[in-house]
Design a protein around this ligand. Structure first.
Ligand code: NG6
Ligand code: CA
Length: 500
């Protein structure tokens, strides 16, 4: 009887505790193509990012933090669903007119948080598809973020270099003039519409590869677009536009627990810093937009502070994939790089199975709750779903997402045992200090972007702790470890490695 009473009273106390503890706001700050070495807290010296550094200094700086993938769409898919992108054949770089690849019945991070009483919002780059195919951009565009868990959505459809070059708010193109309807086509141009090929004199940012279709604001894009003149964004004002949306979102929702997914467009191409930042890095537009992004983060932090909610806000900072210099425009990224190393000593880059493709800056910050530390635990963005479920008082039996809340809060240094990383539909295994890439057919180098993709017809095995630059392939000298890695990989992937 006594023990029953004790148990009962304990339960009551716990319930009371849960009810009185205010659920923290959650802010995910997600950059686009920011490399492991692009932040001064991660070793950059030619570039200073004081606001990101402040998060790293006051929070947990992860040295083994990963995006699931070396490109945008699959990484974002994993972040928002907790499911490995290689389980979904559509989770590849999407065009601006691709249908939504998250099913409306699927579990998502924002849906989970909605159930826990959160107001949920996305501001910035979406790139997970919209509609069901053949989108009519002049009516309500659906399904989209609102249908997969976001109460509020202020987005751009795909990427800054893809049409349609308009902002979309809760399914409606912002500032659309009904008399000038928008049409989008990714196969064929609209008659009489200028392109970078037909009218090179209209181009102010030179294209290097791809990016020679419709011209908007002098910048040639991927895909063709007609109409919607009044709704077209101004590229140089994009950072300010999204920052203002994110700040308004915080101010409007400061009384509720809210989840804000702030998906910034920098330093993805086309790199269009606001004039305030032009020339500030000495590295050309790529460096300038990193400084611009850092400034935006500082402003966002000020807003949280002014709203007096900073100590009740859990912040996660990361990037969707690794760095690239020339991603299709001649914008001096290569020429003006100087001593800066966006890869921070890693090998590969965006699109690559080698470390620089997926290992990214990864910081968790919660003023007053997280004690500053550096963690070498292996963590991945895919783990946020299960971890934030636990944080907000529920649990999630997600397929691939691991509950690493204690690690994210700095209470444990234990990360994942294994992680499957992906680059352009090819996968590899990180396990402990080891990385194994199966043999693959295909080009080893993407010559246009100047990146080693890590694709060779033999097994690769690297001991990352001793060889962070992946210079020594130990596949032949350590057959025992290789076999172990093959076994884990095949069991996680659910398929045998194809021998070449
Ligand atoms: C590629 C584009 C590249 C970039 C990338 C998507 C060409 C030649 N290259 O196809 O510029 O837009 O897609 O990047 O068109 S991501 O970060 O959104 O995955
Ligand atoms: Ca990206």
């Amino acid at each position: 009887m006594f023990s029953f009473v004790l148990l009962w009273s304990c339960k009551q106390n716990r319930k009371a505790a849960i009810n009185t503890v205010k659920q923290p706001n959650i802010v995910v700050i997600y950059l686009d193509d920011l490399g492991y070495g692009d932040v001064s807290a991660y070793g950059a010296t030619a570039l200073q990012t004081p606001n990101i550094d402040a998060l790293a200094k006051g929070g947990i700086k992860f040295t083994n933090g990963y995006a699931t993938s070396a490109t945008c769409t699959p990484s974002r898919y994993a972040l928002l669903t907790g499911v490995y992108p290689w389980r979904n054949k559509s989770a590849k770089i999407l065009s601006g007119s691709a249908p939504l690849i998250i099913s409306e019945t699927q579990q998502t991070l924002p849906k989970l948080l909605q159930k826990q009483g959160y107001q949920t919002g996305v501001v910035g780059k979406w790139h997970l598809g919209l509609g069901k195919g053949n989108v009519n951009w002049n009516e309500k565009i659906s399904p989209g973020p609102n249908e997969v868990g976001f109460d509020d959505a202020y987005i751009l459809a795909a990427t800054q270099d893809r049409v349609p070059t308009v902002y979309i708010e809760d399914g409606h193109v912002v500032g659309l003039d009904k008399n000038d309807p928008i049409q989008v086509n990714y196969k064929k141009n609209f008659e009489g519409e200028p392109t970078a090929i037909s009218n090179p004199e209209l181009v102010t940012m030179k294209w290097h590869h791809g990016h020679n279709n419709s011209i908007v604001n002098g910048i040639p894009r991927i895909g063709y677009m007609k109409g919607g003149e009044a709704a077209k964004w101004t590229d140089t004002k994009m950072a300010d536009y999204f920052l203002a949306k994110a700040q308004d979102y915080i101010k409007t929702n400061k009384e509720k627990p809210f989840f804000l997914y702030y998906a910034m467009q920098q330093p993805h191409v086309p790199r269009t810093p606001h004039p305030r930042f032009v020339g500030k890095s000495g590295m050309g537009p790529r460096g300038d937009v990193i400084l611009e992004a850092d400034w935006c983060i500082g402003e966002l932090m000020k807003t949280l502070k002014e709203a007096e909610i900073l100590e009740n806000t859990f912040i996660i900072f990361s990037s969707d994939n690794g760095p690239v210099l020339n991603d299709g425009y001649d914008d001096d990224a290569v020429e003006k790089l100087g001593k800066h190393n966006p890869k921070g000593g890693l090998r590969g880059g965006k699109y690559s199975l080698l470390e620089a493709g997926t290992r990214v800056p990864f910081i968790t910050y919660w003023k007053g709750t997280i004690q500053p530390a550096v963690s070498d635990a292996i963590v991945c963005q895919i783990d946020l779903l299960s971890s934030l479920a636990t944080l907000t008082g529920t649990s999630e039996l997600a397929t691939d997402s691991k509950d690493l809340l204690s690690t994210f809060l700095g209470k444990s240094d234990k990360g994942r045992a294994h992680l499957i990383i992906e680059a352009q539909s090819k996968t590899a295994l990180r396990s402990g200090d080891w990385l194994m890439i199966p043999p693959y057919k295909g080009n080893r180098y993407n010559k246009k972007v100047g990146i080693d993709l890590g694709v060779i017809p033999e097994f690769q095995l690297y001991h990352l702790k001793e060889d962070i630059g992946q210079l020594n392939n130990l596949a032949t000298s350590n057959p025992k470890k290789l076999d172990e890695m093959i076994e884990i990989f095949e069991s996680l992937r659910g398929q045998r490695i194809q021998k070449i």
